[in-house]
Design a protein. Structure first.
Length: 128
């Protein structure tokens, strides 16, 4: 896939170039602080490809690859859920999971508020 995208942007496709991008993406995924490594992957790809293309082309290549890969993953996940659970079962699974996640988040917020009240000296009442 990397070679196909490199070729689409007229970036030389060599073993070295492909392995440089693979290595850069691996490093970017390890040090990523953003969801999906957005920004970090692009920076690593620009640095990895600095000897073979200009920064604008490297950035365009990287963004396109990430968008297409993300779109493919979403489509694949939807198809897999529909094939395994059916449309109605998949819809039920997603809606129940979403409702459960909201309940857990509310419980965590409540628990966090109680923990802060327990440690807050101003929250303690003075003896009468």
């Amino acid at each position: 896939m990397i070679a196909v995208f490199l070729a689409a942007y007229a970036i030389p496709v060599t073993f070295h170039t492909v392995m440089t991008v693979v290595g850069g993406n691996s490093i970017a995924n390890v040090v990523s602080v953003t969801p999906g490594g957005v920004g970090v992957n692009q920076a690593m790809n620009v640095a990895s490809l600095r000897d073979v293309t200009d920064p604008a082309t490297a950035t365009a290549y990287s963004v396109t690859q990430q968008l297409v890969t993300t779109a493919w993953n979403i489509i694949f996940a939807l198809v897999a859920v529909v094939l395994v659970f059916g449309w109605t079962g998949g819809k039920l699974l997603v809606s129940e999971s979403y409702a459960d996640a909201k309940e857990r988040a509310a419980a965590m917020r409540k628990r966090s508020g109680e923990d802060e009240a327990d440690t807050d000296p101003e929250a303690e009442e003075a003896p009468a």
